[in-house]
Design a binder for this molecule. Sequence first.
Ligand code: 13P
Length: 342
Amino acid sequence: MATETVAPATSLHETAAAMVQPGKGILAADESTGTIAKRFDAIGVENTEENRKQYRGALFSTSDIGDYISGVILFEETLAQKSGDGTSFVEMLNRKGVIPGVKVDKSTHALAGAPGEVITEGLDGLRDRLNTYREQGARFTKWRAVINIGKDIPTDCAIDTNAHALARYAALAQEAGLVPIVEPEVLMDGDHSIDRCHEVTELTLRRTFDELLSHRVSLEGIVLKPNMVLSGKDAANRASAAEVAELTVNCFLRTVPAAVPGIAFLSGGQGDEEATVNLDAIAKYGKAHGAPWQLTYSYGRGLQAAPQKAWAGNPENIPAAQAAFQERGRANAAAREGNYAT
Ligand code: 13P
């Protein structure tokens, strides 16, 4: 029996392909108001709407952003904001050939009966919200599921409920004509080995694709946003970039169908240079081992830590922030082609 999918529109497939096009990657600038508060705290900036607008407007108006960024994930608030001259951020990005998208989940919450584990909420009312976001100019969406590694976790319950929610979200997004970024993130918090991360990532991806297929999601019309396979942040001996590349690519070769146009890695708390060097090693290994998908980046911290520090809440520092953003953008654009490290 041929599998019908909920997404007949070819434009979904075109948008997904454009998001992962060679030489560029995705900027994740969709921090919720609570998450951006943590980032602003670190640079001594008050978390006001005006400051969020000034900072994000600075990134989006970087002159050559379209050379290394294919799409930007926005937070709901930013989708409706305008820059100083009255141009909406959506329009500003469109003019630069950068595709606007939006985070649509309502964040992680404790999973009942599963201590230490979380479930992402936001499915109730999502169909209506998606229609509003599309009218506001979004062409893709993001939903982040989080899997924790620890003593006796993750449980099958946490992996299955999160995979199920990702699939329900992805089907609704495609129904609304929006490409879903499907983000199952296995966190790097902890002192676990890279082998443990590998095992959990493989199981998570397997379950996620089982659910995507049973919800008739068109795989050509999604972008997968996973973690790299890494040692835990506090592991005694952290694996090298070469080991990360080998385990990551092999894990994905076993679990991610070739119909998926691209895998856009999150940086997940790696240092910004570490995220670039690992991406470069993954790109090289992928090319050498016949990876069938585009391998690219969708970094939040990996692209923004440096510009945030340079900006520090002072409008006079905007050119320095843009220069720092440009540097990280270009470095990651080179890395995704395997042209970064010599
Ligand atoms: P990081 O690259 O900082 O992990 O953020 C990416 C993201 O969008 C997480 O949802």
